[in-house]
Design a protein around this ligand. Structure first.
Ligand code: IPD
Length: 262
């Protein structure tokens, strides 16, 4: 498929950062046995990946604004356009040598996400979409799954770790959802969760306590693949509040009702 110039810039940046992270990931696998662990090394890898992405995007589009996980936000000369970047989503997986992490790059225009790239270097899967142009994984067009029966469906979420205040909410969600479905997965990279719903690998995903860089690129990929996404609180806002419930169109209403306590 033929992408726009902006999409090509995003893909080039994601692939370059992906090569850097893939090299560092091989090193992390060796560091697992050391007593010190790989924490500092991984923070440096994360920061280096963000610097690569920022250099590529800023060189190509110097007037756009910037929002990245590892650095301060910068307003661009063009106030209508902004990059939203997570250089390493799934940091904990990366740190533990688990090959499930990704680079996430989104372009926002006038408050709407118009393009997204999520690159998983360990599997060489590049998910991308532009508004109105469909969603793709490498050269394959993406479509959400067609499953409409809850009991045959699997869902993914993120489990609140380290004393986070939203644990009781998630446990209540689980108590309602698990008896009605075929399973719940926790993979550890929210950007890939959205991409996997877009790819029909599971039927839906929900999580609270996220940041806009975890969700932005996945949102346009999911919607272009035919998926539906809303904030868990219907009065809220997905990117501002960092919470999302999404699924294929067949099952969305029933799934969202369960997550919202119905
Ligand atoms: C994390 C992952 C994880 C989610 C966490 C996020 P990070 O992002 O997306 O799946 O459960 O809430 O913070 O920190 O690895 O970029």
């Amino acid at each position: 498929m033929q992408g726009s110039a902006n999409l090509n810039v995003m893909i080039k940046a994601a692939r370059r950062a992906g090569r850097s992270l893939a090299k560092d990931f091989r090193e992390v696998e060796n560091l697992q046995v050391s007593a010190k662990g790989a924490g500092d090394f991984v923070s440096r890898a994360d920061i280096a990946a963000e610097a690569i992405i920022r250099e590529e995007l800023t060189a190509a589009r110097p007037t756009y604004g910037w929002c990245g996980e590892e650095s301060d936000a910068v307003a661009g000369k063009d106030p209508t356009r902004r990059w939203i970047v997570d250089p390493l989503d799934g940091t904990t997986n990366f740190l533990h040598g688990l090959p499930h992490w990704a680079i996430s790059i989104a372009l926002e225009h006038k408050g709407e996400i118009v393009a997204g790239v999520i690159y998983d270097p360990a599997k060489d899967e590049l998910f991308h979409a532009e508004k109105g142009q469909g969603a793709w994984m490498n050269e394959t067009r993406l479509r959400v799954s067609g499953r409409s029966r809850m009991i045959e469906s699997i869902f993914a979420t993120g489990l609140p770790f380290g004393g986070r205040a939203d644990l009781p909410d998630t446990l209540r969600d689980m108590a309602r959802l698990l008896p009605q479905c075929a399973g719940v997965r926790r993979w550890g990279a929210a950007a890939l969760d959205l991409a996997y719903v877009a790819a029909g690998r599971y039927e839906g995903f929900w999580e609270r306590g996220l940041h806009e860089w975890d969700i932005a690129a996945g949102l346009v990929i999911l919607r272009e693949a035919g998926g539906l996404a809303e904030p868990i609180d219907p009065e809220g806002d997905i990117l501002r509040d960092g919470e999302i419930v999404c699924a294929n169109g067949e099952i969305f209403d029933r799934f969202a009702k369960v997550i919202r306590g119905g």
